[in-house]
Design a protein around this ligand. Structure first.
Ligand code: ATP
Ligand code: MG
Length: 705
C-alpha cells in the first residue's frame, strides 16, 4: 500500500482514494480532516498523475496555506511549488491581477484595510455633512458585501437609522464610498471576491481559463464559508465539479460575519451524487479532553448528531480553577505555565482581545516570553502604515487616501490649508489629487514644497518599478528623513524597531516568495492579524490569542480563561438561540485545540469597561459532568478541593422578561420547549411537535426547567 495511505484510517483512505466528482468530508474536531486533504493532494500528484497546476486548495488563513504547502513539499518535493494553495481572498487577488482589466480594474489597484476604509468613510461623511462615526457604516458595508446581496436588498430590511443617520442617507454613504474606491483605484477586502464573481459571470472565457487551473478543488473549514465564497466555489467547480470540501458544522464560528452553516449542511443537495465521508476518530486530544468536548457540544439543539471517538488514552484530568478575580486568574495561569515549562507548547485562549492585557502582564512579570497574536496589528501601527502608504502611492498615484497620509509625513512644510485647496481643485476638475499636486503653481501661491514632494514621488514611482520592496522602503527611509523624524518622538525607539521589523519582513518575503513591491503590498493586505511578523517574540514563547484565531490549530497544553456569563457566552449573544449556540461552538473549538492538558478557569469578579463587576460562571460549564473535571486551587494540583456544584441560579417560578435564549421551559398547554428569543415582555419558544410560539411572559405561565 502506498505510504500515503498507510498512516490513515479506512475512512480517511476512502477520501484520499476518491477521484473525480464532488465529495464532502464532515467530521468533528481533530479527526484528521486537514491531514486528509494534504494526503489526498499528494495522492493525486503521485498516483493519479494529476499536474500540480491543476490543483487548488483553499484554506482559512494564509498561514494555514503556507503550512499545507510546506507539508506537501516534504511529501512530494518540487512539484508542490506549483500547487495553488491559498485563501479565497488571495486567490481572488491573483485572478484580478491577471484579468481585472476585463471588469474595469486598473492594473495597479490597491487593497484597502479597515483603517483606510475608515479614512475614506470619514471623508464621505464630511462631504455629506453627516455628524457620525465611520464604524457602523463600515459594519453596514461589510454586511452588504459579505452577503453579496447588494445595497437595495439590504436596505429593504435595514433598521430606519444606521450609525445615527436615516437609512436613505446611509445608502448615499454607501454609494459615495463605492465611487470613492473606484476613483482611487482601490478595492476593499470584500470587493475582491465580489469582483471576481462579476468577472466570471461576465466573461465565461476567463472563468474557463481559471477552471483549467483548478480542476481539482479542495476547501478546508467549509462550515465557515459565507454566501459570496460559496458562490465563488460553485462557479469555479463548474458543471463537472471535482470538488472536495471538508468541515465540521460544530465548529462554525463566523456566523456573525455572515458565514452560513447551511453551505455545508446542504452540500449534498447542491451537488447531487456527492460522496459523503465521515471521520469518527479523534487523533488530537486525550480522551479526558474529548469527553469534555463531546459533553459540551451535545447540548446544542440546532445540530446534527455526530460520533467522535478517542484514539488516545485518558491522560490527565481536565482542570478547573475558580479565581476570586481576574488578576488572580492571570496569576494562576502564569504560575502554572512557569511550572510546566516548554512554553512554545502552550496556548492561552480567550473570548475577547481585551482579556489579553492582564494575562500578558502577569506572564511578563513571571519572565515568560509571550507571542501575542492579533492585538494591535503590526501592519496597523502608524509608522508601518506610513511607510506602506509610500509604497501604495508609488504603485497607484491615484490613491488619494494614502497620498494625503504621506504628504506631510515626515513634516515637510505642506500645511493642511494647502492640501485642502489642492483637493478642492482635484474635485472641481475631476482629476486625482496627485494630478492637482502636479499643477500646484496654478492653484496656490507658494508651490515650492509641493513641487519638491511631487519630484520625490516621481522618483519613488520609478523606484517601485525597478526595485523589490526592501530596496524601495530603504530608499524611502533615506530620502525622506523618516528615521530622523521618528527619533524625535517620545516612543521613537519602539517605532524605529517596528520599521526595522518591516524591512526584515520584506526581506523574508523576497526570499520566500519574491516579486514586485505591488505583490508585497498585496500579501500585506491579505495577511490577517493572526499571521503577522512577531519580531520580538522568541521561538520559545507562550501563544496568546482569541478563540476565533485558534481555529484549526493544536497545542499540547491549552488554558481557556474567562469562562463567565457575558464573556463566553458573550453578552451580545444571549438573546437568540442561534447566537448562543455559536458561542457554545466557540467553546468547543477552544476545548478541542488541546492535545494533552486542558485548564478551564473563570473569575468571580472582573473589570468590564472600567467597572468592577461580579460575574457568574459560564452556563457552558454546567454542560460538563462533574466527574470529568478536577477542581484545583490557586497553586494547581498541590491544593485539591472538592468541586462545588457550579453555583446554581435561584430559579423563580415566573419572573418577568428574564428568559434567555437556550433556556428550557415548560408551558401548561404546549409542554416543554426551548427559548429561542426573548425581547421585552415576549418570548419565542420552540416546542417540539408543536412548533414556534410567541408568548407574552406575563400570561403564559412558563416555568423554568
Ligand atoms: P480541526 O477540526 O480542528 O481542523 P482536523 O479534523 O482538521 O481538526 P487535523 O488537524 O488534520 O484534524 O488532525 C488532528 C491531529 O491528528 C493532527 O496532529 C494529525 O496529524 C493527527 N492525525 C490525523 N489523522 C491521523 C491518523 N490516521 N493517524 C495518526 N494521527 C492522525
Ligand atoms: Mg483542520
Amino acid at each position: 500500500m502506498s505510504d500515503l495511505l498507510s498512516s490513515l484510517n479506512p475512512s480517511q483512505q476512502e477520501a484520499v482514494l476518491h477521484f473525480e466528482g464532488p465529495a464532502l468530508v464532515v467530521a468533528g474536531a481533530g479527526s484528521g480532516k486537514t491531514r486528509t486533504v494534504v494526503h489526498r493532494i499528494a495522492y493525486l500528484l503521485r498516483e493519479r498523475r494529476v499536474y500540480p497546476a491543476e490543483i487548488l486548495a483553499v484554506t482559512f488563513t494564509n498561514k494555514a496555506a503556507g503550512e499545507m504547502k510546506e507539508r506537501l513539499e516534504k511529501m512530494v518535493g518540487r512539484p508542490a511549488r506549483d500547487l495553488w494553495v491559498s485563501t479565497f481572498h488571495a486567490a481572488a487577488v491573483r485572478i484580478l491581477r491577471t484579468y481585472g482589466e476585463y471588469v474595469g480594474l486598473r492594473p495597479g489597484f490597491v487593497i484597502y484595510d479597515e483603517d483606510d476604509q475608515n479614512t475614506l468613510l470619514k471623508e464621505v461623511l464630511k462631504e455629506l455633512e453627516l455628524e457620525a462615526k465611520p464604524g457602523p457604516f463600515r459594519a453596514m458595508i461589510d454586511r452588504i458585501k459579505n452577503r453579496g446581496a447588494g445595497l437595495a436588498e439590504y436596505m429593504r430590511e435595514a433598521p430606519d437609522f444606521i450609525g445615527g443617520v436615516p437609512k436613505d442617507a446611509a445608502a448615499e454613504v454607501y454609494r459615495k464610498y463605492q465611487s470613492g474606491l473606484r476613483m482611487q483605484g482601490a478595492l476593499d477586502f470584500n470587493d475582491l471576491l465580489l469582483l471576481t464573481i462579476e468577472l466570471f459571470e461576465q466573461h465565461p472565457e476567463v472563468l474557463h481559463k481559471v477552471q483549467q487551473r483548478a480542476r481539482f478543488i479542495h476547501v478546508d473549514e467549509y462550515q465557515d464559508t459565507n454566501p459570496v465564497q460559496y458562490k465563488l466555489t460553485r462557479l469555479l467547480a463548474g458543471e463537472r465539479p471535482n470538488l472536495m470540501v471538508v468541515g465540521d458544522p460544530d465548529q462554525s464560528i463566523y456566523g456573525f460575519r455572515s458565514a452560513d452553516i447551511n453551505n455545508i449542511l446542504d452540500f449534498t443537495k447542491d451537488y447531487p451524487g456527492a460522496r459523503v465521508i465521515r471521520l469518527e476518530e479523534n487523533y488530537r486530544s486525550s480522551s479526558s479532553i474529548l469527553r469534555v468536548a463531546n459533553a459540551v457540544i451535545e447540548k446544542n439543539a440546532l445540530r446534527l448528531e455526530k460520533v467522535l471517538r478517542p484514539t488516545r488514552p485518558g491522560g490527565e484530568p481536565v482542570r478547573l480553577y475558580r479565581a476570586p478575580n481576574a488578576r488572580e486568574e492571570a496569576a494562576f495561569v502564569a504560575r502554572e505555565i512557569v511550572k510546566l515549562g516548554n512554553f512554545q507548547q502552550i496556548a492561552v485562549l480567550y473570548r475577547t482581545n481585551a482579556q489579553s492585557r492582564l494575562l500578558e502582564e502577569h506572564l511578563r512579570r513571571a519572565n515568560v516570553p509571550v507571542r501575542l497574536v492579533g492585538a494591535v496589528g503590526f501592519f496597523e501601527r502608524r509608522e508601518i502604515k506610513d511607510l506602506l502608504a509610500y509604497g501604495r502611492v508609488a504603485v497607484n498615484p491615484a490613491d488619494s487616501i494614502n497620498l494625503r497620509r504621506i504628504v506631510n509625513t515626515p513634516p515637510r512644510g505642506i500645511g493642511a490649508t494647502t492640501v485642502s485647496r489642492l483637493v478642492e481643485h482635484a474635485q472641481k476638475t475631476g482629476t486625482t489629487v496627485f494630478e492637482a499636486f502636479r499643477v500646484a503653481e496654478q492653484v496656490i501661491s507658494r508651490p515650492q514644497q509641493v513641487q519638491a514632494f511631487v519630484r520625490l514621488l516621481d522618483e519613488l514611482i520609478e523606484a517601485a518599478f525597478e526595485s523589490g520592496p526592501t530596496a524601495f522602503f530603504q530608499r524611502v527611509l533615506e530620502q525622506t528623513g523618516f528615521r530622523e523624524a521618528l527619533k524625535q518622538e517620545p516612543d521613537g525607539e519602539d517605532r524605529l524597531q517596528n520599521v526595522e521589523e518591516l524591512l526584515r519582513a520584506a526581506q523574508d518575503w523576497e526570499e520566500e516568495e519574491g516579486g514586485s513591491l505591488s505583490d508585497f503590498l498585496d500579501s500585506v493586505a491579505l495577511t490577517a492579524k493572526a499571521e503577522e511578523p512577531q519580531g520580538d517574540a522568541p521561538a520559545e514563547a507562550v501563544t496568546l490569542m482569541t478563540l476565533h484565531n485558534a481555529k484549526g490549530l493544536e497545542f499540547p497544553t491549552v488554558f481557556l480563561v474567562g469562562l463567565e456569563e457575558n464573556l463566553l457566552p458573550h453578552r451580545n449573544s444571549l438573546h437568540r438561540l442561534e447566537d448562543l449556540e455559536e458561542e457554545r461552538r466557540l467553546f468547543y473549538v477552544g476545548i478541542t485545540r488541546a492535545q494533552e492538558r486542558l485548564y478551564l478557569s473563570y473569575a468571580e469578579e472582573r473589570e468590564t469597561y472600567g467597572k468592577r463587576e461580579y460575574t457568574r460562571p459560564s452556563r457552558f460549564l454546567e454542560d460538563i459532568p462533574q466527574d470529568l473535571l478536577k477542581e484545583v486551587g490557586a497553586f494547581g494540583d498541590s491544593e485539591v478541593r472538592v468541586l462545588p456544584q457550579a453555583r446554581p441560579e435561584p430559579k423563580p417560578r415566573t419572573q418577568l422578561a428574564e428568559f434567555k435564549g437556550g433556556e428550557k421551559v415548560r408551558h401548561p398547554k404546549f409542554g416543554s420547549g426551548t427559548v429561542v428569543a426573548a425581547m421585552g415582555g415576549e418570548v419565542t419558544v420552540m416546542f417540539p411537535g408543536v412548533g414556534l410560539k410567541r408568548l407574552a411572559v406575563k400570561f403564559a405561565g412558563l416555568e423554568r426547567l
